[in-house]
Design a protein around this ligand. Sequence first.
Ligand SMILES: *[C@@H]1O[C@H](CO)[C@@H](O)[C@H](O)[C@H]1NC(C)=O
Ligand SMILES: *[C@@H]1O[C@H](CO)[C@@H](O)[C@H](O)[C@H]1NC(C)=O
Ligand SMILES: *[C@@H]1O[C@H](CO)[C@@H](O)[C@H](O)[C@H]1NC(C)=O
Ligand SMILES: *[C@@H]1O[C@H](CO)[C@@H](O)[C@H](O)[C@H]1NC(C)=O
Ligand SMILES: *[C@@H]1O[C@H](CO)[C@@H](O)[C@H](O)[C@H]1NC(C)=O
Ligand SMILES: *[C@@H]1O[C@H](CO)[C@@H](O)[C@H](O)[C@H]1NC(C)=O
Ligand SMILES: *[C@@H]1O[C@H](CO)[C@@H](O)[C@H](O)[C@H]1NC(C)=O
Ligand SMILES: *[C@@H]1O[C@H](CO)[C@@H](O)[C@H](O)[C@H]1NC(C)=O
Length: 791
Amino acid sequence: MFSIQKGRCSWSLYATIASVVALVSVVHLFWFPLTPSLDYFRLVQKTCVPINGSADASIKNINESKQQPIDLEYQFPADLHKAVFYCGAPWKAEIGRWLSGCDSITKEVDIVETIGGSGCKNDCSGQGVCNQELGQCWCFHGYSGEGCSERQQLDCNFPASPEQPYGRWVVSICSAYCDTTRAMCFCGEGTKYPNRPVAEACGFQFKLPSDPNAHKLSDWTKADLDNIFTTNISKPGWCNVDPAEAYALKVKFKEECDCKYDGLWGRFCEIPVLSTCINQCSGHGHCRGGFCQCSSGWYGVDCSIPSVVSSVREWPQWLRPAKIDVPDSLNLTGKVVNLNAVVKKKRPLIYVYDLPPSFNSLLLEGRHYKLECVNRIYDEKNATLWTEQLYGAQIALYESILASPYRTLNGEEADFFFVPVLDSCIITRAYDAPHLSMQEHRGLRSSLTLEFYKKAYDHIVEQYPFWNRSSGRDHLWFFSWDEGACYAPKEIWNSMMLVHWGNTNSKHNHSTTAYWADNWDTISSSRRGKHPCFDPQKDLVLPSWKIPDVNSISKKLWSRPRDKRKTLFFFNGNLGPAYQNGRPEASYSMGIRQKLAEEFGSSPNKDGKLGKQHAEDVIVTPIRSKNYHEDLASSTFCGVFPGDGWSGRMEDSVLQGCIPVVIQDGIFLPYENVLNYDSFAVRIREDDIPNLINILRAFNETEIEFKLANVQKIGQRFLYRDSVMLEAKRQKDAYGRVEDWAVEFSKLVEDDVFATFVQVLHYKLHNDPWRQLTGVNKEFGLSRECYTNTK
Ligand SMILES: *[C@@H]1O[C@H](CO)[C@@H](O)[C@H](O)[C@H]1NC(C)=O
Ligand SMILES: *[C@@H]1O[C@H](CO)[C@@H](O)[C@H](O)[C@H]1NC(C)=O
Ligand SMILES: *[C@@H]1O[C@H](CO)[C@@H](O)[C@H](O)[C@H]1NC(C)=O
Ligand SMILES: *[C@@H]1O[C@H](CO)[C@@H](O)[C@H](O)[C@H]1NC(C)=O
Ligand SMILES: *[C@@H]1O[C@H](CO)[C@@H](O)[C@H](O)[C@H]1NC(C)=O
Ligand SMILES: *[C@@H]1O[C@H](CO)[C@@H](O)[C@H](O)[C@H]1NC(C)=O
Ligand SMILES: *[C@@H]1O[C@H](CO)[C@@H](O)[C@H](O)[C@H]1NC(C)=O
Ligand SMILES: *[C@@H]1O[C@H](CO)[C@@H](O)[C@H](O)[C@H]1NC(C)=O
């Protein structure tokens, strides 16, 4: 189906094309000559030189015409720890071997990308974005219908009753003006600042506390009109407070009132700022509180997909250089047709569904609290403010895939299909507004989330042919919340799950969260099936999001040598009920931190006791460290234990160059089914907790140095550098701004999370037993030996 092969895209068509310039400003264009403007920030497709094979079989090009199978085992023998290194990382031998022999030599292949030309009813009435592949409108928050012409009524409040005039509590509860397109509460007409939010406790009176020291409790039945609406000059309500006077402390206002919604800054929401959108609409749209309103000619969740009326000069890098194929029977007067463009790409290729916005954009646009489920917001100068949200990985990975050279619009050629349902948004927004209908789910966010994934599944099965071909095995879903894919609907379990919590349920065979609303034990098996949370044969645990830490990167904490790591073992975190402010639940941390503290606690518990085996060079404390990263970097071994599910300690440890000591039976940590943990980590059974320190002391210096060196080599695989660099580039392009984090991150050049993810996908493409690539009529850019006989 390649246009070049068919010779359709010959120069003789030049005239035809020239005549459609208005339609497709493609014009002078075959192999569109733009070399991608040198993007010094991004090194996505850098090739990683494979390490030398064994002495006499030094690596040669694997010659495509040669018939002998590649003897990977001979060329890339495993080391004493059973690892094969590839791109600086110790992989499980079989994987490292295949990557060394095959991933490193992958060639580009020609892929036909279809540029959509299907229009939408009424062009979505200016209240939505037209998906030009399907010809369907994706409507903004509060609009619906085929052409987005219907306005929805999304109430802020639950139905009123005599006892509860504002309905029962929900985050959107409103005593002022409800914007029913978003179920958000504002001051409204008649006030001095109609667009100022009146969020939650701001709009209601307090109950008189019986105990003067008790926390103030809002009375959700009584509006606080005095503090909100009064115009009495000596005492203006929140909606009439002039920011300048308030900043000058001339007037007082209710302290519970503040600026919670995204896109606004300042104590009084007086400064318009950027909202957080996926890839900030890729420069082809306006971020409408979280929903990308794409410029004409563009669509997709991040406005990254050109339609036929876009200018080829502006096409994203993953579609360049493109050779445009103009159909034989282009009919200018009739319906606009699709166009084909041939683009050179390396596999694995990922198709990203442009799902209806209820699974992503609407969840972002309707957020009631700007920090909910995003990894960044923008300050009054529109500079990036990275958040500490551990769940930011979901957006980071999504953005990287969308902007990646591995992305394809061609589902027939795709090797993987990414289904972008944002569970961290669903979970954090579960109580935001009545229309999220938590009542059907008995308050269980786990059950609500399952429902979203089920609906996304229904959508792709109905609308696309791709699922049925593999029963979904080549589909990817990200479950970023604590319990991972535990509550994936049974229909999607064949797919590859991307999670932070790799519970195989071999030991912990039920919900392990200590937070009731995330528990999934009671979800019926007719919805959830009986699958475990994680299957190491097909799934992957990805690192959680860590805020770009300029300080520890510029100080190179990760590379601190052994002699500066005086503490043998370090753990700082909640240790359970034996300590002040300790979590009371026995199920917290699956009991692991509690046991650890009993043995090695280095600070006194409530009874004034230290752990039974406490030691000078062992720190196990709930007292918050002032220099957490420094402390990790001054230690040789660092504890990685669960909290309410996963806890991000693996990332902390690795990023500070400390050897992780993992204690959580039957639970996989980031990359644990693909990297060779024995080369850089220590795993100890829960039963062995009393022997922990003896086990660590038994390692000799050679072994410790070896592990330390490897932790340092894989460190960057725990950073979402690609996504941070995309943001750096946007800031530079839009404002000419290069912040410290951008400078520090641009110095990091090893493979990051995204590069690792792509390597794993590439391995899976050619080694997953269910794939029968031998008969597949696709070009893989590899010698046949790499995809026929690798086992
Ligand atoms: C690979 O082998 C060559 C020649 O044997 C040697 O000079 C080079 O240092 C080796 N490279 C690595 C990364 O081991
Ligand atoms: C591949 O092998 C053939 C025949 O042995 C040889 O002619 C050709 O030059 C080789 N190509 C490369 C790229 O090594
Ligand atoms: C305005 O508020 C002040 C202080 O609360 C109060 O003394 C005064 O009576 C109020 N005036 C009116 C017109 O409500
Ligand atoms: C920040 O972005 C918002 C929304 O685009 C814009 O209104 C505002 O003027 C910008 N502020 C600055 C300082 O660039
Ligand atoms: C172009 O499309 C219009 C409307 O669909 C149709 O009437 C016309 O015959 C078509 N012309 C050609 C040359 O196909
Ligand atoms: C995929 O299979 C399901 C169930 O077998 C069926 O209902 C659906 O229509 C199929 N989808 C397509 C696009 O063929
Ligand atoms: C979980 O494991 C326990 C102990 O091994 C076992 O008694 C129990 O039946 C298991 N529960 C389920 C739901 O498999
Ligand atoms: C250190 O420990 C490793 C692994 O147990 C062992 O192979 C090695 O021989 C030891 N080295 C020394 C110097 O004792």
